[in-house]
Write a protein that binds this ligand. Structure first.
Ligand code: PLP
Length: 402
């Protein structure tokens, strides 16, 4: 049994906002006290730069910074901490792969495959690189339930495909994609796969070696950690063949006016002063997640999402967008004749925080012919009563608009 009250009590936001019903966890999660304290302690008691100073305080910061890299590697079961690159978030991680890996390999007529449900962060970087190199961006279609059509994917993939980039859990539909199968199909043709784990990393244990994934991206702020810090996991064979695309301090071996040689992986991809406090906070967020019973959390969130789905479906005129068999704790819905922004505004007046709009997945909204949806996304500090409150308030909104 998980102690939900104890978990919730670790998040100070709820003591500052006792009425807050926070159902916007897919946008960002709140932070436990331990993470806030770690960041504050860092600035109050340590605050030095990394890889530069040799006095004790600076050496201690560098050590902590690199220890977190080990922690992230263990968290993902990466073979080595050198597989872990610090970035500013999922978006930056994807851009790094697009620019440093794909850009030099893509030729006219080549192809990158993504899916119909990608967040713009896993769409636009590939679109730009394809345009620049005369390559094509191909899209794995989905059905009305929001499930990918793998039969089409098998037919699409060819020797022209140079990269497959897929979201693990869709932020606007909640679909959990069969990434194991997608990786297997791609590897049969030796095509590397990037998995966008922004929405999955907080809820599902991820083992990059078992998955045999080539690149994996996520952001600290969706994992109870700070904003402005993210991770790119990459296989050694790919990272070591990549040329950096951002240049400056802390990423070099030797510099003259004529030539520069770069530091080893992963440091060559971390130009300039990185988000040191963010790394420290991310390490503490991973400690927080590691001490949870993750199996029990998955079961709890499945039950909560099923309960919410059942109750929402009983509301006349409410349609759930994204009804895949395998779903995470994200529910998008549309209310007949009421704009999602009105829904979110009204819910906001009752302290219910949901997201409304296209959720940075405009092509998904185009596919469903909707201006946007309202999205409720749950995590470990949400409680069953919050579902009932949401349902009650949606009914009131309907009454108001009728
Ligand atoms: N991918 C998915 C599936 C997301 O949900 C998000 C953020 O909502 C991102 C990528 C981008 O994450 P970030 O803005 O932290 O870079």
């Amino acid at each position: 049994m998980i102690d939900l009250k104890k978990i919730r009590a670790e998040f100070p936001i709820f003591s500052h906002h006792p009425k807050l019903v926070y159902l916007d966890n897919a946008a960002t999660t709140h932070k436990p006290q331990s993470v806030i304290t770690a960041i504050s302690d860092f600035y109050q008691k340590e605050n030095t730069n990394i890889h530069r100073g040799i006095y004790p305080l600076a050496a201690q910061t560098t050590q902590k910074y690199e220890q977190v890299r080990n922690k992230v590697a263990q968290f993902l079961n990466a073979p080595n901490s050198n597989n872990i690159v610090y970035t500013s978030g999922t978006t930056a991680s994807t851009n790094l792969v697009a620019h440093s890996f794909l850009n030099t390999r893509l030729k006219k007529g080549d192809e990158v495959i993504i899916s119909a449900m990608e967040h713009h962060a896993n769409l636009i970087p590939w679109q730009m690189i394809c345009k620049k190199n005369g390559a094509n961006l191909s899209i794995i279609p989905m059905n009305k339930e929001g499930e990918l059509d793998l039969v089409s994917f098998r037919k699409m993939i060819s020797e022209k495909t140079k990269m497959v980039a897929i979201v693990h859990v869709s932020n606007s539909l909640g679909t959990v994609n069969p990434i194991e199968e997608i990786i297997e199909i791609s590897h049969q043709k030796n095509i590397p796969v990037l998995v966008d784990a922004a929405q999955s990393v907080a809820h599902y244990p991820i083992d990059v070696q078992a998955l045999d994934v080539d690149f994996l991206t996520f952001s600290g702020h969706k994992l109870f950690g700070p904003t402005g810090i993210g991770i790119l996991y990459g296989k050694e064979q790919y990272l070591s063949a990549m040329h950096p695309y951002q240049f400056g301090g802390d990423m070099i071996k030797n510099v003259t006016f004529e030539e520069t040689t770069f530091a080893d992986v992963p440091q060559r991809f971390e130009a300039g002063t990185t988000n040191v406090a963010g790394v420290i906070g991310l390490g503490t967020a991973i400690d927080f997640v590691n001490q949870l019973d993750r199996r029990a959390i998955i079961n709890y969130l499945n039950d909560l999402t099923l309960d919410a789905t059942g109750k929402l479906l009983k509301i006349n005129g409410l349609e759930i967008v994204g009804t895949a068999k395998n779903k995470s704790s994200i529910i998008s819905f549309a209310l007949r004749n009421i704009h999602p922004h009105d829904v979110a505004t009204f819910l906001g007046t009752d302290h219910i925080a949901v997201r409304a709009g296209n959720h940075c997945t405009q092509p998904v909204m185009d596919y469903f012919n909707l201006p946007g949806t309202t999205r409720a996304s749950f995590t470990i500090y949400n409680q069953p009563e919050e579902v009932d409150f949401l349902v009650e308030k949606i009914k009131e909104i309907q009454q108001f608009f009728s």
